[in-house]
Ligand binder design. Structure first.
Ligand code: SAM
Length: 277
């Protein structure tokens, strides 16, 4: 039940201001602002907010984020997987124009939170990447477009000539910090198959292994990762597994609940292994 995963902790006073600022902007119903008063969940350096990122982000500490790692609504009107597993509901803000407007607004609110040498990684669809590129390039230097080769066709027009078997990950940076690790890495990321529909908590869930790979190369040890479109918390899980801190924001409560459960589960599995060692 939800109450099991609500922690009334640390950042509540700051977020209280969100009520006022959100009211000033007057974007939505009072009900949502009420829910912003506290983090939905905090544990092991993971903090998850249930709310609209445009309202939560202005309340977070400035220049604190080392890596923006996010998978926004693609603006494709995604309808979900109907074959079972995660719910077939639409992903919020996934209408074509609505999607890009939200991303621009979220980038505007994210910019002051970025550390001077922050990296930014943003998933996007082949059809929406030019808009996403524009949204990112106003705030950081574009460095590359990575390819996640999914090795399996995605949903979409199955009669298309080319299988839609990849997604683009735009990479931008502030300052001159390089990626971490030895040597050079290919820009094509293979070996991370899509999450099977029946194992998904979210219709567009990303593999945690892929996010871990990205976080390890782009976030310094102990750094802070921000995902303003957290979904079922895959980015937060990757950060947790690497011992990094993370902040997620998700406006759909059912995905917040799924994220909190996944993180709790990972913690208890970790504790189990530690005990066995
Ligand atoms: C593509 S999904 C992210 C899936 C995630 N990477 C995962 O693996 O579970 C994008 C998410 O952004 C959420 N979203 C859309 N607009 C939002 C907003 N303004 N603030 C916070 N979350 C939002 C949607 O509810 C959706 O769950």
């Amino acid at each position: 039940m939800l109450l099991d995963v609500v922690y009334h902790a640390t950042l509540a006073p700051q977020v209280r201001h969100a009520v006022a600022s959100a009211s000033r902007r007057g974007r939505d119903s009072k009900c949502r602002y009420h829910r912003l008063v506290q983090p939905y969940f905090t544990q092991d350096g993971v903090t998850l907010y249930h709310g609209d990122a445009r309202d939560v982000l202005p309340e977070l500490p400035r220049q604190s984020v080392d890596l923006l790692l996010t998978d926004p609504p693609y603006g494709m009107g995604y309808g979900g997987d109907t074959a079972g597993g995660a719910s077939a509901n639409n992903v919020a803000a996934d209408g074509v124009r609505q999607g890009i407007r939200v991303i621009r607004q979220v980038m505007f609110e994210t910019a002051p939170l970025l550390a001077r040498d922050a990296h930014l990684l943003m998933f996007c669809h082949w059809n929406s990447w030019p808009d996403f590129y524009d949204a990112l390039s106003g705030y950081a230097t574009m460095r590359n477009a990575l390819i996640w080769h999914k090795a399996a066709g995605s949903t979409g027009n199955i009669l298309a000539n080319y299988i839609r078997d990849y997604e683009v990950i735009l990479y931008a940076a502030r300052g001159s910090r390089d990626i971490l690790g030895e040597g050079r890495y290919t820009s094509i990321l293979g070996g991370y198959p899509t999450v099977p529909p029946k194992q998904r908590d979210h219709p567009t869930q990303k593999p945690v292994g892929l996010l871990r790979h990205l976080a390890a190369r782009h976030c310094p040890t102990g750094g802070l990762i921000l995902d303003p479109f957290a979904g079922a918390g895959s980015t937060l899980l990757a950060a947790q597994e690497l011992g990094m801190r993370s902040i997620g924001v998700e406006m759909d409560e059912s995905y917040c609940e799924a994220a909190a459960k996944r993180i709790q589960q990972a913690t208890s599995q970790g504790a189990l292994f530690d005990g066995a060692a």
